[in-house]
Design a protein around this ligand. Structure first.
Ligand SMILES: *Cc1c(COP(=O)(O)O)cnc(C)c1O
Length: 896
């Protein structure tokens, strides 16, 4: 039955307890030990049963209990302390204030909404778009690492005081809850999110009506309302289409994360990208930089261009360049198959009106999402759109940067692979969110409270050695025990719900040994992560599992995407393997992996296992969480681990080899895994002194913390995004839009002129003063005569490009050297000179290239124009031995 009216009933709190409400509605409690502990203390059972949701808890708690705590001096003191910490946090002078040299306004105002009144966003504002956010376990709007990374990004942006806002979709159904049937096959249940009982605010106009965002879809308009979750200083705004007067289909646009078919996917991405831009405008933000976290939100670029064209009267090219100059794109996908692609007809059906608004033909419009604009059969790629519409792009680990430059090289014809403008910013994790409470307190005590954001060079890391081995170890053993107790209770509950036999339930109460070496593996069950690699050779794993002197146990957890049948097979295989071999006590699969289980496992295991097929794991972050808790990583050299100190802080499986035969690769790496566990990991763990302490293991734990914590955290990561991405993009935006867009128009005119004349540029002559024999470190003068057609010398940069020549005759790892303009000769040719020398011996190559140059360009590759000296360019090699010069038509130019 439909209600005739609905009411939102909010919890009743006495004035003395009002601070609880304020604390509950700011997710700061998630990474503030004091506040989180306060809610646990208020009602431990309710805290657990509400999935750590303080808002739901305050709504359900008995008035009697509230009266009780109101008379509890200890409780009130803790509450006041937590409230003061929140106030201080919101008013702190931040890293951002210091970097950008401004004292921003009262942070608490921003946190209490009404941004118009807040000055924090007055000067600049960075909008961070993501399809999922993993912030706390009571907001199940994430599926895995991408979401948790986005959540951690917001938390660290808040810690650093960035004027950043998050943009996402608020899914009516949470990402599915997982349970297993008796055969170990994954079943899915979709909990309905009750927004009114979550730490969410519905955004309203001054007159009290809901703020509504309207987005055009074929033949209709879809409306969305706006919810905010406050993440410390940073608001995250989410769109919700489950409202009237939307039709039934449109209600479901924000129903499920990554649910539905391709049409639903495009509906969602339109709402995220286009609805997101409109929402920010409705909320009054003047955004100066847009960050697309993965390609799902790339339609935002189309909407931004439309707004600039229709609102400011800019041409398509003028608008496009303002948009690109202030857009950032982070790719997370190391394989083409992982990219969102839409067929051309769908694109035109749903977004063709943008082509009309831009005055573009169909193929020109579709070309925005095609690597090769001439390939009319290619689908529309969201990653390509994002790359073409951004001037800052990055992968999420150094290795992933390399893979991305190779994968998208085709977008920059003529640009050497290592110069493709896709950089890398290695992922991190939010330290205060992933380190266990008792461990945080231990670090606070010995290192001081700044450990969670201190960089590697900070002296405090030297104090790691001050932590007594015994104390670190006892703390870790307590984390292991906490994890095991939770796993047992969780399993029992799961088995009860499934109607399992009393014998099975009794058995679950005794799984795992609190003192045995525990290897953890928890992540999404995508097949490339190879969750079953460890069971490839039964004889070998049996030997490891039955060694009574060095007991080893495994804990697994993870969900497969509901449509990923092979992923689900892996879950079943593990569960069957456990049953067939009677390994129930020693190998456990923990159902319904989520952020809460993740936090327990990355604190309570001893070793964190990761064996993806390189280079499929763009970064991976669970291993970072583990390292921060003092776990040792045992991993294939992929993602973040490839650039970590894998000798001192764990072990590497293999050496980063990539074999053609995946089966052979599995065999080699499974054997390497068995060898490592037997010969290194278990030996070190069980090497105890007279106090029964594994001293060498503990030393390695300390290294893992000291070396990984300061680098693989989101404080460093978001700082990098700010310095390399947000600040420059935001500055470019201010520059281009100043004086009613005069600079933007100037740049567009310049680009048009440049493009028109580019092909007439000619490298007429390169004169290399070659000594009879070049020696290392000897100077060589190079002079070039270049016909710039009608272009001004200010418009180009001429570079010499030198490097080693490989077996196929190509210059590899070339280095560009800028040549100096010396004026024009009587023939009107521009003269450029430079002196170079070689620091290594061997066959060296030399070439010359011309790149565009303009003070408003974000980078020289932005126009995608580059001219290389052709084979036919005249290369004149003049001998320094006074024999005059000889003309030479060799390619520019191999020098032996
Ligand atoms: C950290 C985290 C992940 C990411 O794990 P990877 O090892 O990087 O795949 C996925 N899910 C949850 C719940 C997490 O907390």
């Amino acid at each position: 039955m439909q209600p005739i009216r609905t009411f939102n009933v909010s919890p009743r709190l006495s004035p003395r307890l009002e601070p609880l409400r304020r604390l509950a509605y700011n997710l700061h409690w998630d990474w503030n030990v004091e506040s989180k502990d306060l809610f646990r203390r208020l009602d431990p059972d309710l805290w657990e049963s509400s999935h750590h949701n303080p808002v739901l808890m305050l709504g359900n708690i008995s008035q009697a209990r509230l009266q009780e705590v109101e008379e509890d001096e200890g409780f009130l003191a803790q509450m006041d302390r937590a409230a003061r910490q929140l106030d201080d946090y919101l008013q702190e002078r931040t890293w951002y204030d210091k970097q950008r040299g401004q004292k921003t306004g009262d942070g608490s105002l921003a946190s209490q909404h009404t941004l118009h009144e807040s000055t924090r966003y007055a000067k600049e504002c960075y909008a961070y778009f993501s399809a999922e956010f993993g912030l706390v376990d009571c907001l199940p709007i994430y599926s895995g690492g991408l979401g948790v990374l986005a959540g951690d990004h917001l938390k660290s942006a808040s810690d650093l005081g960035l004027p950043l806002v998050g943009v996402g979709l608020l899914y009516q159904q949470g990402y599915f809850a997982q349970y297993l049937n008796a055969d170990g096959w994954q079943q899915e249940r979709y909990p309905i999110n009750d927004f009114y009982n979550m730490p969410l605010h519905l955004e309203r106009n001054p007159d009290g009506s809901e703020i509504r965002v309207a987005v055009d879809y074929p033949g209709r308009t879809v409306y969305a309302r706006v919810w905010r979750v406050q993440v410390g200083m940073v608001p995250l705004y989410m769109l919700d289409t489950n409202i009237e007067p939307n039709g039934a289909y449109d209600h479901n646009i924000t129903d499920q994360l990554y649910g539905g078919d391709l049409d639903m996917r495009i509906h969602q991405e339109i709402m995220l990208g286009i609805g997101g831009v409109r929402m920010l405008k409705a909320l009054g933000y003047n955004v100066t930089a847009y960050h697309m976290n993965e390609g799902h939100s790339a339609f935002l670029a189309l909407e931004r261009i439309r707004v600039l064209m229709q609102g400011e009267g800019l041409s398509f090219t003028e608008a496009r360049q303002v948009v690109a100059a202030s857009n950032l794109f982070t790719t997370h996908t190391p394989v083409p198959a992982g990219i969102d692609l839409f067929p051309a007809d769908k694109m035109l059906y749903y977004l063709g009106h943008y082509a009309d608004a831009f005055g573009l033909g169909r193929d020109e419009f579709l070309g925005l999402g095609r690597e090769n604009t001439g390939d009319l059969s290619a689908p529309f790629s969201m990653a390509v759109l994002a790359l073409k519409m951004a001037t800052f792009a990055n992968g999420v680990a150094q290795l992933h940067g390399v893979v991305s430059r190779e994968m998208f090289q085709g977008l920059w014809h003529g640009v050497p692979e290592e110069e493709v403008p896709i950089t890398a910013i290695t992922n991190g994790v939010h330290a205060r969110s992933c380190v266990a409470k008792s461990t945080q307190e231990l670090y606070d005590r010995y290192l001081g409270p700044n450990w969670s954001s201190a960089p590697s060079e900070n002296q405090l890391w030297e104090r790691m050695d001050a932590i007594p081995d015994e104390e670190l170890w006892r703390n870790h053993e307590r984390c292991r025990l906490d994890m095991i107790v939770y796993v047992r209770e969780h399993l029992v509950k799961h088995l009860r719900d499934r109607g399992a036999s009393p014998a099975e339930i009794a058995e679950a109460q005794e799984v795992l040994d609190p003192y045995a070496l525990t290897i953890g593996f928890a992540r999404r069950f995508a097949t490339y992560k190879r969750a079953t690699l460890w069971m490839r050779d039964f004889k070998r794993i049996e030997k490891i599992l039955t060694n009574k002197d060095r007991k080893v146990q495994f804990v697994f957890a993870g969900k497969a995407h509901p449509k990923d049948i092979p992923g689900k097979e892996l879950i079943r295989e593990i569960n069957r393997f456990i049953r067939e071999h009677g390994l129930e006590k020693q190998v456990v699969f923990v159902p319904n992996y989520d952020m809460h289980i993740s936090r327990l496992l990355v604190a309570g295991c001893d070793v964190w296992l990761n064996n993806p097929r390189r280079p499929r794991e763009a970064s991976g972050t669970s291993g970072m969480k583990a390292a921060m808790n003092g776990l040792l990583n045992l991993s294939v050299l992929d993602g973040w681990w490839d650039e970590a100190d894998y000798v001192r802080t764990g072990w590497a499986i293999g050496h980063g080899e990539i074999y053609d035969d995946p089966n052979f690769q599995d065999e080699v790496e499974a054997n390497a895994l068995y060898d490592l566990i037997e010969q290194e990991v278990a030996r070190l763990f069980y090497d105890r002194d007279t106090d029964n302490l594994p001293r060498h293991w503990i030393a390695k734990m300390k290294d893992a913390i000291r070396i990984n914590c300061p680098f693989f955290n989101t404080s460093r990561m978001v700082g990098e995004y700010a310095l390399r991405g947000y600040f420059p993009a935001s500055d470019r935006y201010s520059t281009l839009t100043a004086d009613k867009f005069v600079p933007a128009k100037e740049l567009a005119r310049w680009k048009a002129d440049l493009t028109e004349h580019w092909n007439y540029i000619k490298v007429v002559e390169i004169d290399i003063a070659e000594p009879a024999e070049i020696q290392v470190n000897q100077n060589i003068a190079v002079k070039a005569r270049i016909d710039l057609a009608t272009l001004s010398p200010d418009s180009v940069q001429v570079e010499l490009y030198k490097g080693n020549v490989d077996a196929s005759g190509e210059i590899v790892n070339g280095v560009p050297i800028t040549m100096q303009f010396q004026g024009t000769d009587p023939q009107g040719m521009s003269i450029y000179t430079v002196e170079i020398n070689y620091t290594t011996s061997g066959l060296q190559g030399l070439s010359l290239r011309v790149l565009p140059k303009h003070k408003y360009l974000s980078n020289p590759y932005e126009t995608r124009l580059i001219l290389w000296a052709e084979d036919s360019s005249a290369v004149k090699v003049s001998s320094l031995d006074g024999q005059g010069s000889r003309d030479n038509n060799v390619p520019a130019g191999a020098i032996a």
